[in-house]
Design a protein around this ligand. Structure first.
Ligand SMILES: C[S@@+](CC[C@H](N)C(=O)[O-])C[C@H]1O[C@@H](n2cnc3c(N)ncnc32)[C@H](O)[C@@H]1O
Length: 366
């Protein structure tokens, strides 16, 4: 078996190199072996393409732009019968693990199981590290709490919350895959939550939360038609379910011949009792077309728009009252409350989303 990194190959024109590599590629490399080979090939091919560009460009810039990097990865991928993106992911995990074994070394083992999963984990850790670095000197936000809401809810004083506005983690079964607008977004996010554990959690949470709410507090829970029948009896046990709200967001979901495309989602509206007004003539239909594109899902896979959070907060509270979101994710509810002059309390158990929420709130304050 010839080795793919033989120097004699590198002296040949690029086309001949690729042809030779295609003929000698073994099928039984480990992922780490493959990463090493592909990394060397990428470096080697980059030299050719950079040289090519340098002569192409009159100003002599060695433009190593995205298209070029991608083209090199595609060339390498072509040799091994896979996409350039897979090559980029494998090489990126490999390089990071070698450069920083304490933080990423274990990912090499994970890569033997799945390149995509190792890369996803790499991105998650890098994201956390970057945000921690950015927030190093940021002030503490005492009402943004990192931890499990079931425990942390106990720190909240009784009769202090005027509005519970939240978006619990129902799990992937209630979020259609198409909501992740691109394959890339889907791969880059990690988002846990599963259908079976969330309902008992909500049951215990609402029980602990009831005394924290003022007597006429309102409750809005983002949900889905798939979760509604399971959520209803749990909310109904502690509060009075008053309405089903529908908001039209017009996400570009992929339809098919067998199901309707999703353009709307549901919110459960409930009350802790009493007669808190929501303002006159409010429909149970909220038109949010446009805001989802603008607000997007740049921060969290289940991100809600600040615009819809603001509408609900404005309907159910006045300035100075307090909004609670025990599953605050990237902090959309809290940013909306902040911008409307409401007090807020947010709880998030994952450091990654907690940091995102913190930086969004600090941005909103500037
Ligand atoms: C549906 S997402 C909320 C997204 C949010 N609406 C936004 O706009 O970013 C639910 C969040 O709850 C968090 N979470 C799940 N279980 C939790 C728990 N027991 N305590 C606190 N947070 C939890 C998840 O990490 C996730 O970020």
């Amino acid at each position: 078996m010839a080795t793919v990194s033989g120097d004699w190959i590198k002296k040949l024109p690029l086309d001949s190199q690729i042809e030779i590599y295609e003929n000698i590629v073994r099928k039984d490399y480990t992922q780490v072996e493959l990463a090493k080979i592909q990394s060397e090939l990428k470096d080697e091919f980059s030299k050719h393409t950079e040289q090519g560009r340098r002569t192409d460009l009159e100003d002599g810039t060695s433009a190593k732009n995205f298209a070029e990097v991608k083209r090199v990865s595609d060339m390498v991928g072509g040799i091994f019968g896979e996409s350039g993106r897979t090559v980029e992911k494998r090489v990126s995990v490999y390089k990071q693990a070698k450069e920083n074994p304490d933080d990423y070394g274990d990912l090499l083992e994970r890569m033997e199981e799945s390149v995509h999963s190792a890369h996803r984990e790499l991105k998650r850790r890098k994201d956390i590290a970057e945000r921690e670095e950015k927030l190093k000197d940021a002030p503490e936000l005492k009402n943004l709490i990192l931890g499990d809401c079931l425990e942390k809810i106990e720190e909240i004083p009784d009769d202090s919350i005027h509005l519970l506005l939240t978006d619990p983690p129902y799990g992937t079964n209630t979020v259609t895959g198409a909501r992740f607008e691109t394959e890339k977004l889907r791969e880059d996010w990690t988002y846990d939550g599963d259908d079976e554990s969330v309902y008992p959690l909500l049951n215990r949470l609402f029980e602990k939360m009831k005394p924290k709410l003022v007597k006429d507090a309102h409750i809005y829970i983002f949900t889905s038609w798939k979760a509604w029948h399971r959520l209803y009896p749990i909310v109904d046990e502690f509060f009075e379910v008053k309405n089903w709200l529908v908001y039209l967001h017009y996400m570009a979901t992929a339809g098919d011949l067998y199901r309707y495309r999703t353009a709307a989602s549901s919110i459960m509206f409930a009350s802790n009792g009493g007669k808190r007004p929501i303002g006159s003539h409010k429909w149970n239909f909220i038109d949010e077309r446009g805001t989802y594109r603008k607000d997007g899902m740049a921060h969290h896979p289940a991100q809600k728009s600040i615009s819809i959070c603001k509408k609900l907060i404005e309907n159910s509270t006045v300035e100075g009252e307090t909004v609670l979101d025990p599953f605050c994710g990237s902090g959309s509810t809290l940013v909306a409350a902040e911008e409307l002059g409401r007090n807020w309390i947010g709880i998030e158990k994952e450091r990654r989303w907690y940091d995102v929420a913190k930086s969004r709130i600090l941005e909103a304050r500037n």
